[in-house]
Design a protein around this ligand. Structure first.
Ligand code: PGA
Length: 264
């Protein structure tokens, strides 16, 4: 079955890195999986120049919904779309935890992501896990994803859009959630496979019962947090796992390409 394999480069990259990475990747990729690369914003355009039909998709790591067109800095959904992006990460724990981001809200970012398919990140921290409160925390994070108010539907209908893609607000048709336990990100630790399946099932049930637009068959849950070549096959083969979001290990193009080429 087709899986999503996503590379979150975070703040890594250079023009040389992009060139070497994509030359190797396109030569050695042998996979029907949906591959998504999330480069830093400044390299999206360069990554896009390597994208031929169906080879891979591109996503933005963070949307700027701070102040719209009149705000200094940041990247808006229109700019991501204009540069070849189909996806946007929303609610990554590294963004949720930024203390100076007083205006940050996953709900606000969902609203600002029109025209892009969101990958909505949720996950508990270590204290939450140890105190047995994981499902409560996940539910409260998923509430934003499932609240109709957080999508700009009326706004979209009223708006005059020149790019047809902006009319098909794909983030309304599908719900893609990345389950990323905060304690697993960059730590080398992962939950056991049974726990991953169990939590993914919980997320799917909650979202299918509460999401205002997505149908059950269009709800996908990815796992993220210390995925690498050693554990990827087991994680990807586990029940209720529709894909993986990979940080550190995605920077090694050989390792990432091997993960993409896994036959599940
Ligand atoms: P990691 O990062 O694979 O390095 O743990 C995952 C992520 O933060 O998306």
């Amino acid at each position: 079955m087709k899986k999503i394999i996503a590379a979150n480069w975070k703040n890594n990259g250079s023009t040389k890195f992009v060139k070497d990475y994509l030359n190797f990747f396109l030569k050695n990729k042998n996979s029907n999986n949906e591959i998504i690369i999330f480069p830093p914003d400044l390299y999206i355009n360069q990554v896009n120049s390597y994208k031929n039909k169906k080879s891979f998709s591109i996503g933005g790591q963070r949307i700027n919904t701070d102040g719209g067109d009149t705000h200094t800095s940041g990247t808006t959904s229109k700019m991501f779309i204009d540069n070849g992006c189909d996806y946007i990460l929303v609610g990554h724990s590294e963004i949720r935890s930024l203390i100076d981001q007083v205006t940050f809200g996953a709900a606000k970012d969902l609203y600002g992501s029109s025209g892009l398919q969101t990958i909505f990140c949720v996950g508990e921290d270590e204290d939450t896990k140890n105190s047995g409160n994981t499902s409560n925390v996940l539910e409260s994070q998923l509430e934003d994803l499932c609240n109709k108010e957080n999508y700009p539907t009326d706004h979209l209908l009223d708006q005059k859009v020149d790019n047809i893609k902006q009319c098909t607000n794909t983030s309304l048709e599908k719900a893609i959630i990345a389950y990323e336990p905060v304690w697993a990100i960059g730590s080398g630790n992962t939950p056991n496979i049974k726990d991953i399946s169990c939590i993914h099932r919980f997320i799917k049930t909650y979202v299918s019962e509460n999401h205002p637009f997505a149908k059950e068959k269009d709800i996908m849950v990815l796992y993220g947090g210390s995925v690498n070549l050693k554990n990827a096959k087991d994680i990807l083969s586990a029940p209720y796992v529709d894909g993986v979001l990979i940080g550190g290990a995605s920077l090694d193009v050989k390792e990432f390409t091997k993960i993409c080429n896994l036959k599940i």
